[in-house]
Design a protein around this ligand. Structure first.
Ligand code: SAH
Length: 149
């Protein structure tokens, strides 16, 4: 995800729901004035980490070794519905690019993909909106509490 409004919105959502951290491809985005106006200082309270796209797969594998389930938010033939999804307490949620979605090489290493059921005609939701819906469902499911471990 590289669009500043999406990243800033995700930072705000992650801070509000106390995500352990937000991982982005390039931390430079936080210095953009547009980021600051949308995130309303979320980045000052939320740990953020940079993992360049080329390092994402090894980073995900290192998180699996630390006990995190690797989940993708994506519409795929094998995605499970978000409704009632049994979130593990410790999970990494991978979001995809605006047109291409999650890279096939990244999809391959994930434990599961989760899909938000849609009713209308358009193909997909905005990535921040999708992430926010999913993080809210995670919190609502009562799985939160990993922060600080
Ligand atoms: N795969 C989409 C484009 C990506 S939309 C397409 O073929 O048009 C950007 C990102 O938002 C996706 O990669 C995914 O992470 C998320 N997303 C959008 N709608 C979604 C849905 N209904 N369920 C799960 N994730 C969704």
């Amino acid at each position: 995800v590289d669009k500043v409004p999406n990243l800033a919105g995700l930072a705000r959502t992650c801070e509000i729901f106390r995500a352990e951290r937000l991982v982005v491809g390039d931390l430079e985005c936080t210095r953009d004035p547009e980021f600051e106006s949308i995130s309303v200082t979320a980045e000052k309270h939320l740990p953020m980490q940079e993992v360049p796209p080329a390092d994402l797969v090894p980073w995900l594998e290192s998180m699996r070794l630390r006990g995190y389930a690797l989940l993708g938010l994506e519409q795929t033939a094998t995605s499970r519905t978000l409704v009632g999804f049994p979130f593990p307490r410790k999970c990494v949620l991978v979001l995809g690019r605006e047109r291409e979605g999650i890279d096939p090489g990244v999809l391959e290493v994930l434990d599961a993909t989760v899909e938000i059921p849609q009713l209308g005609l358009l193909r997909s939701l905005n990535v921040h909106v999708s992430g926010a819906i999913c993080v809210y469902e995670y919190v609502r499911s009562g799985a939160e509490g990993a922060r600080g471990d």
